[in-house]
Design a protein around this ligand. Structure first.
Ligand code: UDP
Length: 329
């Protein structure tokens, strides 16, 4: 029996595949390689190239493999892009998940762990954010992830699936040995963009707004190491397999860092000068997002161990400096 990783050639998905295989799981990967990379695939995973929205393709994989659980990362995830191409997000994220759930029903697969996001919360007054906070996304990306969560909840009532929605805060870092890491084209996430500026791959890091109501006027985010994040996914899978009820968990470090603080830490880690330019606010950005992850710790027994921002940036840097062009040889 195998675990199916949807989006297993992507940044976060590939880290999941590596950890699952480390822990002795049989792993099947589906990825359309739209943003994923063939070189990020673990050699031991059974790989099927295709799109989760293609029912025939999905059916053919479920007919060949014995799938007992799914971890779902196959989605578009850029806040800025989601504001100008909203329907791309409804199609890939919402419709894609609909097809996944249809196939789960058809093949009697009961457990799914999936990537949700802090973006479901939108602008909140009370920090840290707990899972009981009202969901009110400020961007299409967050709205589609919330729709995916709700679709799963209705499918639970309809035909008895069980799901865990993991609401990620800002994921960064890379697997220790630097074999896999973050490689998006275009790259928009803060830490890799700052490291690209350190490498001279872009002229400067543009800070999106310095007039927010925060410590230094720049947005505050809660950064979590990708390896800690994946540990929570595997615990969530075990939780479902042990009969745990459907649930929602925040995954973050419960600490906030401003954009300027991230840039300063990156300067210290890389020992390089990083040119900084002030820019306009980016549409859809809430000013502050900080998680309370107590629930994941209590219910899943999650115990993140790579919580310092220096370590997160050091591990990301280890990947970037050895792979300045990402997976491209
Ligand atoms: N950010 C920035 N310049 C960049 C990329 C990001 O100032 O080139 C800011 C962005 O406005 C946000 C924070 O960094 O406040 C984190 O953005 P990212 O896109 O990494 O993640 P998000 O919080 O949108 O999921």
């Amino acid at each position: 029996m195998s675990i199916l990783v949807l989006g297993g050639a992507g940044y976060i998905g590939s880290h999941a595949v590596y950890q699952l295989i480390d822990q002795g799981y049989e792993v099947v990967v589906i990825d359309n390689l739209q943003t994923g990379h063939r070189d990020a695939l673990h050699p031991k995973a059974h790989f099927y190239e295709g799109d989760i929205r293609n029912r025939e393709f999905m059916r053919s994989v479920f007919q060949k493999e014995k799938i007992k659980g799914i971890i779902h990362f196959a989605a578009n995830s850029l806040v800025g892009e989601s504001m100008v191409e909203p329907l791309k997000y409804y199609d890939n994220n919402v419709f894609g998940t609909q097809v996944v759930l249809e196939i789960m029903q058809e093949f009697g697969v009961k457990h799914i762990v999936f990537s949700s996001t802090a973006a479901v919360y939108g602008e909140q007054r009370v920090m840290p954010i707990t899972e009981s906070a009202e969901t009110k996304p400020t961007n299409t990306y967050g709205e589609t992830k919330l729709a995916m969560e709700k679709m799963m909840a209705w499918c639970e009532k309809g035909f008895g699936i069980h799901f865990v929605a993991l609401r990620y805060f800002n994921v960064a870092g890379a697997r220790g040995e630097g074999v896999i890491g973050e490689d998006h084209d275009p790259e928009t996430h803060l830490i890799p963009v700052v490291l690209e500026a350190a490498l001279g791959k872009r002229p400067a890091i543009i800070v999106f707004g310095e007039d927010y109501d925060t410590v230094d006027g720049t947005c505050v985010r809660d950064y979590i190491h990708v390896e800690d994040l994946i540990e929570a996914h595997i615990l969530a899978l075990k939780y479902l397999q042990n009969g745990g009820e459907s649930n929602y968990f925040n995954l973050g470090s419960s600490q906030g860092f401003s954009v300027k603080e991230i840039i300063e830490t990156a300067k210290a880690v890389t020992q390089l000068d990083i040119p900084v330019q002030m820019g306009e606010r980016r549409a859809g950005d809430p000013s502050t997002l900080i998680a309370s992850s107590d629930k994941a710790k209590q219910v899943l027994g999650w115990n993140p161990s790579r919580t310092s921002i220096e370590q997160i940036i050091t591990d990301a840097w280890n990947w970037h400096k050895h792979h300045p062009n990402g997976y491209q040889k």
